[in-house]
Design a protein around this ligand. Structure first.
Ligand SMILES: Cc1cc2nc3c(=O)[nH]c(=O)nc-3n(C[C@H](O)[C@H](O)[C@H](O)COP(=O)(O)O)c2cc1C
Length: 366
């Protein structure tokens, strides 16, 4: 099948992309004390030089004492970390690439395996990371207000440093998703409630604040997932109507692009059609969407963490959906982590040179 559509340009507000391929956000933990190093800049600029359309950074945390459980995950606040990010975006743009940081607050977490803990307890809508696992405290309304402001100032910094867009991490069971989820959001104030719409209030206020800080023309991406690390089969929205009630208010608050995280992009979201999450999000909101999940690889990423290797696989089903107009952009994670030249190999039909993914690829930044 022809990959022509993958290599068409894409334009939306501040984004001017040379093709439809997005590097998925991937935590690497190579930023000691939260500061991205020259090696981090080189890692991203190598992908930019090899024609990745849009690079989304690994999750980078906001200015809250307990927004992270890992001292080597980058901060997106403070002079040294922001100077590190300035080098990253400069070198990506020198390689003619486009990039946005993925802005993150982890919420209630397990302690890091190293034993490192932040200087304050983890914080979330409640003290729960998942049913039966408590490790922190419920945020006060003042904590929530300050956290919303911290998301906004990170987005303002992204724009000031020259990034092309910003992505807010609302997926995978972290803070924003902990507010969405009834199992972790048992609040009785305005940030809780019986319906997903009520529990979306925190996310909506974050997006509104981000929009206020970056202005109308700067592209805001929101990453969402139905699944979470502690429950792969969970669905916030069980029907298209529920999905519309979830996504439309977020779109109205200022989201330009929904980044719809699945572990396998070809899985249908609901029974009535073969549309995936990104397909439904686009159909229901009219917004641009990004699909993701095992693109170009035989196995999915959480199994890869457990040691299963993944081999290169055909892009035909992806292209069929892209050509049909289901989604606008395609994010690629592990294939690009393991091989900075993945995009040029696809473009030039050098599929015999594609590499698979094994977890050994995580040991260093190449
Ligand atoms: C090493 C690694 C780190 C990841 N870190 C993040 C992250 O920081 N933020 C996020 O939203 N997703 C993260 N993910 C999920 C990826 O963005 C992506 O959704 C997932 O790997 C599926 O894409 P793939 O099958 O092409 O790898 C990570 C995945 C991997 C493999």
């Amino acid at each position: 099948m022809s990959t022509t559509k993958l290599f068409e340009p894409f334009q939306l507000k501040s984004l001017n992309l040379k093709n439809r391929i997005v590097m998925a956000p991937m935590t690497r933990s190579f930023s000691p004390n939260g500061v991205p190093t020259d090696a981090v800049a080189a890692y991203y600029s190598k992908r930019a030089a090899s024609d990745v359309g849009l690079i989304l950074s690994e999750g980078t945390v906001i200015d809250r004492v307990s927004s992270s459980n890992d001292p080597n995950i980058p901060h997106f606040y403070g002079e040294s970390a922001l100077a590190g990010w300035q080098q990253v975006i400069k070198s990506v743009q020198a390689a003619r690439g486009s990039m946005g940081p993925q802005i993150w607050h982890m919420g209630i977490m397990e302690n890091h395996h190293s034993g490192w803990v932040p200087a304050a307890p983890f914080e979330g809508p409640s003290d729960l990371a998942r049913p039966g696992f408590s490790n922190g405290r419920a945020m006060s309304e003042k904590d929530i207000e300050d956290t919303i402001r911290a998301f906004g100032s990170a987005a303002a910094d992204a724009k000031r440093l020259g990034f092309d867009c910003v992505e807010i991490h609302g997926a995978h069971g972290y803070l924003i998703d902990q507010f969405f989820w009834e199992a972790t959001n048992n609040r009785t104030d305005i940030y809780g409630g019986k319906t997903l719409s009520e529990r979306s209030r925190f996310a909506i206020e974050v997006i509104k604040e981000v929009r206020k800080q970056v202005g109308e023309h700067f592209t805001i991406i929101l990453r969402l997932s139905q699944w979470k690390g502690s429950d792969y089969s969970y669905k916030h929205a069980k029907t298209p109507a529920e999905m519309e009630a979830w996504l439309q208010p977020l779109a109205d608050a200022g989201v330009d692009i929904f980044h719809c995280s699945q572990r396998r992009f070809w899985e249908a979201e609901f029974e009535e059609s073969d549309l995936n999450f990104a397909g439904w999000a686009k159909k229901l909101t009219g917004k641009a969407t990004i699909t993701v999940g095992s693109v170009g690889l035989s196995g999915e990423f959480l199994a890869a963490f457990r040691g299963e290797s993944s081999n290169p696989s055909s892009l035909d089903e992806l292209i069929r959906r892209l050509d049909r107009g289901d989604f606008d952009l395609v994010a690629v994670g592990r294939a690009l982590l393991a091989d900075p030249l993945w995009v040029t190999k696809i473009r030039d039909n050098r599929s015999d040179e594609l590499k698979g993914f094994t977890r050994e690829a995580l040991v260093e930044l190449i």
